[in-house]
Design a protein. Structure first.
Ligand SMILES: [Zn+2]
Length: 458
């Protein structure tokens, strides 16, 4: 089984590498490229790229290597050596001139389908329009250096498939599918005049969010998202910022409801992550077996200790009241202010208890905000050294992605520059271990962007 899977992957990569950068290939789609240019395929050299004279930040150690050479072949990092490495016939050779080679960045709390579309459009526009805006956004995400995202709500399955097939460039997507929410919860985007009664809203019909009440409905909703290809399940267990009906302080879902989702996810070998801000919501989620708390800004000392005791993840976002990061399209700024006031405390508690902290942004509804993706990396220097930030954004976030176990759609090694890992790589003009601001100017700072061994820039 694994042999056929890997040979399938190898042939897929050859095909994708031929599509990359070819307008005809992109327009023609996947299979027509094979049919239209058999000679090219037969004559194609090894799908290889050699980086020469680069200083490697490997995603794990807080330092750069001595000048090194890195050979990428068939989508994987094949060889890393300080000695000269021979380029296979036909390989692309990139002279690094001492630039930094590092893993592609990972956003652990991203919304592929929601990042760039205004909220009013999301819940009213044709789904085709929503998809195309999201597709453009996915390419922009990749071109800012983010090669993988954990998608924490939204109907991203189709776009994920298109990216994987090479229809358009974008990051690897670990999809949650719809956010599962109780009636009146963070994922209930119905209008007041639609209540009482429950006719599925447009948001439910496009699978952006599912409303479920009682363990049986939560079970069904969880199993539906798993059926569609969710790599993990997303529940809302506290009030949220962008939702109009639930104050931040409310707790959502009962213990048996959360436990129903946890059990169904565990039966598929994966886990539940929850949107939760407050101590009560976080603690109830942990009691039910949730493995990842997304947000958690309002947690107290006892809650942080419980996250540590349960060995759960804290996927924390650097929400602060910084004019350079402010999202002009964010609904309910008064709720946002409640959270941004306590983000410093949350990072302090995370450090105090040595929590497994993931980095993510949760950018929503604004092309202008999404264009500043890298600024959310740079702002992390408020709490951590650049090396700590970059380890979090690469190998630690990759460890969280791997929590999907058998539901991981990309089961190789991510977030690390090591032999055998996926070749998701950035060549950075400068030393990001001294200057995180480099990621605020990806157009000039990122010399090469590679995903799955394919050069998308450089
Ligand atoms: Zn979110």
């Amino acid at each position: 089984m694994s042999v056929s899977r890997s040979s399938w992957r190898a042939s897929r990569r050859r095909l994708l590498s031929m599509c990359a950068g070819s307008a005809a290939g992109l327009a023609a789609g996947r299979l027509p490229v094979r049919a239209a240019s058999p000679a090219r395929q037969d004559a194609a050299p090894a799908n290889a790229t050699l980086f020469q004279n680069v200083l490697i930040f490997d995603g794990m150690r807080p330092e750069r290597s001595a000048p090194s050479n890195v050979l990428v072949r068939d989508g994987l990092i094949d060889t890393i050596s300080e000695e000269p490495v021979d380029a296979p016939a036909g390989a692309r050779v990139i002279e690094g001139n001492g630039a930094t080679l590092m893993p592609g960045m990972i956003d652990a709390h991203w919304h592929t389908m929601l990042a760039e579309i205004p909220v009013a459009e999301l819940f009213s526009a044709d789904i085709g329009y929503v998809d195309l805006i999201a597709g453009r956004g996915a390419t922009r995400t990749l071109m800012q250096g983010f090669t993988s995202v954990r998608d924490m709500a939204g109907p991203s399955f189709g776009l994920k498939r298109a990216i994987d097939e090479g229809v358009l460039p974008g990051p690897r997507i670990f999809p949650s599918g719809a956010i599962i929410s109780q009636t009146s919860g963070h994922g209930d985007f119905r209008k007041r005049m639609e209540v009482p009664g429950h006719t599925p809203s447009y948001g439910e019909r496009i699978n952006a969010g599912v409303i479920a009440d009682g363990p049986d409905e939560v079970l069904r909703a969880t199993r539906e998202q798993l059926m569609l290809g969710a790599s993990q399940i997303k529940l809302a267990t506290s009030g949220g910022i962008i939702s109009d009906h639930d104050p931040i302080d409310v707790v959502e879902f009962s213990l048996p409801e959360i436990a129903a989702a946890v059990g169904a996810a565990a039966d598929w070998g994966t886990y539940v992550a929850v949107h939760a801000f407050t101590p009560r919501a976080v603690q109830r989620s942990l009691e039910a077996g949730v493995r990842c708390i997304d947000h958690g800004q309002l947690m107290d000392d006892a809650t942080a200790r419980m996250i540590a005791e349960k060995d759960a993840w804290l996927s924390l976002q650097p929400f602060i009241d910084d004019p350079s990061l402010r999202n002009p399209e964010e609904p309910n700024p008064e709720k946002s202010a409640i959270v941004s006031q306590v983000t410093d405390t949350a990072y302090a508690l995370a450090k105090k208890y040595g929590l497994k902290v993931a980095w993510g942004t949760d950018i929503l509804f604004s092309p202008a905000a999404a264009a500043k993706h890298g600024a959310h990396v740079a702002v992390m220097s408020r709490w951590y050294t650049p090396a700590e930030v970059l380890i979090m954004v690469t190998s630690m976030n990759a460890d969280l992605l791997a929590l999907s176990g058998p539901r991981n759609p990309y089961p190789g090694v991510l977030g690390r520059v090591e032999e055998g890992a996926y070749a998701d790589l950035l060549l950075v003009d400068g030393n990001p271990l001294e200057n995180l601001e480099l990621f605020t100017t990806p157009e000039t700072s990122l010399l090469v962007i590679m995903k799955d061994g394919i050069v998308h820039k450089g």
